[in-house]
Ligand binder design. Structure first.
Ligand SMILES: *Cc1c(COP(=O)(O)O)cnc(C)c1O
Length: 394
């Protein structure tokens, strides 16, 4: 689906199928479970793959197809497969490429349920997993075994915003013939396109920025024609975490404004990160947009900007962290991110609770870490809210 338009244009037009019957500007919503065949032969031909056309919405749907083509174009990849949730995308990409006896390498800190999938589910099915520090190429190389099939990572990492060098990891994977999978949820293709660094598969929780309006849970997997066909015809067809056409329709509505939303998320977050860094009751801020962050050197190269998620530690204990969150008025206490509304959460007790405390600390997620998703409100109002609650820390 690679087309040469700019991403702002792709977000609105790529993959569009013209409605020849009525000329609808908005994407028609094919809210249907199944498709009627003209006759028995046509049905048989479609099942045999000898005729074009839809069969049943778990196998494909015209509304969902437009979303797939649009996101694939934005990622600069051949094709995409839409999934019911972000975890449907992570599990689809992994299950289609791993069998019993294979080995998987992951970064230590990942989204909590991605960690649970790898550490608690895949291991039940005889897949070995090693968690490594992806900032250290020697550690990745040392973890590679003859049965290593997949390398999985996020950058920036949820929740502590560590940034990894995609070109280094892409090269290691290619050299050893290992499939590389990057979860690009935090930056979206507007800010980072892993394909440019030789990454094979990109997954997203479309629940977050791609949709951007807090009203859908969904995911998407992007890759080569061959990989996407394999994922669709195995895991998605037979395990079944495919996307509802209504969700695809809502995400396409959200996508039209993704590039301009990302601009505002980033500019708000940059100002908030600077405010937090200068505050006496904040002991550390994790945001790659800050010069003090080790990932800052990747801004302007691997990533256009740092995105809208910030993590920080306050000068208080666990209970004080709870009190701090409870005093927030404009920020809602909620997991998720990438919405118009600003959100605040506590990873150790919420999104990253599938980790034991020991695993969490080894992954660089402290008990006092607080994560915010900076929304699209006026930044002065957001800073005022943080300021009133920070001032009351004892
Ligand atoms: C939320 C999230 C997921 C999981 O997505 P769901 O849509 O909630 O299933 C995966 N990866 C990252 C980085 C996320 O933030």
């Amino acid at each position: 689906m690679s087309d040469s338009k700019h991403i702002e244009t792709q977000a609105i037009h790529s993959g569009r199928i013209n409605d020849e019957q009525f000329g609808s500007l908005a994407t028609p919503l094919y809210q249907t479970s199944t498709f009627i065949f003209d006759n028995a032969q046509q049905g048989a031909d479609r099942f045999a793959g000898e005729a074009e056309g839809y069969i049943y919405s778990r196998l494909g749907n015209p509304t969902t197809r437009q979303l797939e083509m649009r996101v694939a174009a934005m990622e600069g990849m051949d094709d995409a497969a839409a999934t019911a949730t972000g975890m449907g995308a992570v599990s689809g990409a992994l299950l289609a490429n791993l069998s019993c006896g294979d080995h998987l390498i992951s970064s230590k800190a990942v989204y909590g349920c991605s960690f649970a999938l790898m550490n608690h589910q895949l291991t039940r099915w005889g897949i070995e997993v090693s968690f490594v520090d992806m900032a250290n190429p020697a550690e990745i190389e040392a973890a590679i075994k003859p049965n290593t099939k997949v390398i999985f990572l996020e950058t920036p990492v949820n929740p502590n915003l560590a940034v990894y060098d995609l070109s280094v990891i892409g090269q290691i994977a290619q050299k050893h013939n290992i499939i590389s999978v990057v979860d690009n949820t935090f930056l979206t293709p507007v800010l980072q396109q892993p394909k440019k660094y030789g990454i094979d598969i990109v997954v997203h929780s479309a629940t977050k920025y791609l949709n951007g309006h807090g009203d859908v849970v969904a995911g998407i997997i992007c890759g080569s024609n061959e990989m996407i066909m394999n994922i669709k015809m195995t895991v998605l067809k037979d395990i079944g975490a495919t996307m509802s056409p209504h969700d695809a329709w809502l995400i396409m509505r959200g996508l039209k404004t993704l590039p301009i939303r990302m601009e505002r998320h980033c500019s708000n977050a940059e100002k908030i990160a600077e405010f937090l860094e200068s505050h006496e009751n904040v002991s550390h801020v994790y945001y790659p947009g800050l010069k003090s962050h080790p990932g800052h050197k990747f801004i302007g190269t691997q990533m256009k900007a740092a995105g809208g998620v910030i993590a920080f530690e306050i000068n208080s204990d666990l209970a004080g962290g709870g009190d701090f969150i409870n005093r927030m008025q404009l920020f809602s206490i909620a997991v998720s991110l990438g919405d118009a509304e600003s959100l605040i959460q506590h990873p150790a007790s919420m999104t990253h609770s599938p980790y034991t405390q020991e695993e969490r600390l080894a992954a660089g997620i402290s008990d006092s870490l607080i994560r915010i998703s900076v929304g699209l409100e006026n930044v002065d109002d957001l800073i005022a809210d943080l300021s009133q609650s920070l001032a009351l820390i004892k």
